[in-house]
Design a protein around this ligand. Sequence first.
Ligand SMILES: [Zn+2]
Length: 468
Amino acid sequence: MAFLLIKNGQIVTDSDSFQGDILIDDGKIQAIGRELEKPDLKTQVLDASGLLIFPGGIDPHVHMELPVAGTVSSDDFESGTRAALAGGTTTIIDFVTPERGQPLLEALQGRKELAGKSVCDYGFHMSLTAWNETIRREMETCVREEGIPSFKVYLAYKETVGLEDRDLIAVMDTAARLGALVTAHCEHGDLVTYLSKKLLAAGRTEPRSHALSRPPEVEREAVVRALTFAKLTGAQLYIVHVSTKEAVREIARAQAKGRPVFAETCPHYLLLDAREYDRSPAAAAAYIMSPPLRPPEHKAALWDALKNGTLQTVGTDHCPFNLKGQKDRDLSDFTKIPNGVAGVENRLELLFTAGVLRKHISLRQFVRVTSANPAKIFGLFPRKGSVSVGADADLVLWNPAAQEIISAETQKQRCDTTIYEGFKIRGKPETVIAKGHIVFEKGEVTAERGAGRYLYRQKTNLLPSDLN
Ligand SMILES: [Zn+2]
């Protein structure tokens, strides 16, 4: 065993900020304190003077090598997790999405095989794309034996993965009995289908119509529906990628009544808006994701919700597609453009620059929404998401003065475009440590293919008020 000693960093957690040293051995944090001594002569010492130290980022919403509409998201588990580490994220939670009729556990096995090449630790949410008694029993196995206490449902995409209301109710009822969490993609699928057909019939086929086919009402309707079902079944609910002020208002109302309702937003809803769709069709296609980018006034509401705790997490919904050959395959019909954008590499630097430095959120809130809260909500805390003795030594040594301009040319994400092209960021990882090993330094990811481990997660029983 080789000790690693980090000296003189400013350690920031979800509840605290203090100057100190961290001693690491055997992949874990062994001691935290002032002026810790080297245990032996071989101990490697890192001087963190002038740097902030955060618990490694946890991105609770990514889609590596996801098959979508005849193509596959362009980051595989190796390239995507390399990009994650370069951005200070040391844990991802991806999804298992069974084909209808495929056993959940068989789909899980397939996903685990693909994820074996990950360079950072990973877990999965289990998507439920159909409903029957076998699936009910498999949900129980997921929770009890596979370390998967969170299930994903789609209120959109009914032709492929979405569920009808009666099945959503059955899923939530089962999750409530198991003490599991239901994560929900909230857009009303039938309304999206209706509006899409109407736009296409009117000749409005260009990419900008994507946003018109999924207006804010479509999200709000589905959020209210999911909140209602969760209330009446007793399920714990986590709403993914919240994009509108209307959705925020409904979620806040449910939380005020003491319900176990959590919600996430993504960097693109905080930082970009629907004006991006005014670009040429070939350029606008890069910004096609669901929900779509919103009119500018929604951004302030989302920042406020992050600050006041209505939104507990920022996930990226990382699901990149190349502009050439994927996004641009058929620009004559906006419904055929693969939905998704990259972000796993940029999440921390964007939130630090636009959130912390512009005083939308505090440093502790930054740690909460990027690491501690995902760990707590998804059953990884305090092993992940904390800087504490016994925790996995997943740490980001953050240089708050570093500056960079985001560009597709230089990103580690495997994609020929980035929706943050030209963004000036301030603050980025200097060194990243995962399970006690230096995995990123001097701009290079040094982790080895397959170094990531599958994470068994625990059931949780929290209220949003426990996270503030
Ligand atoms: Zn997603």
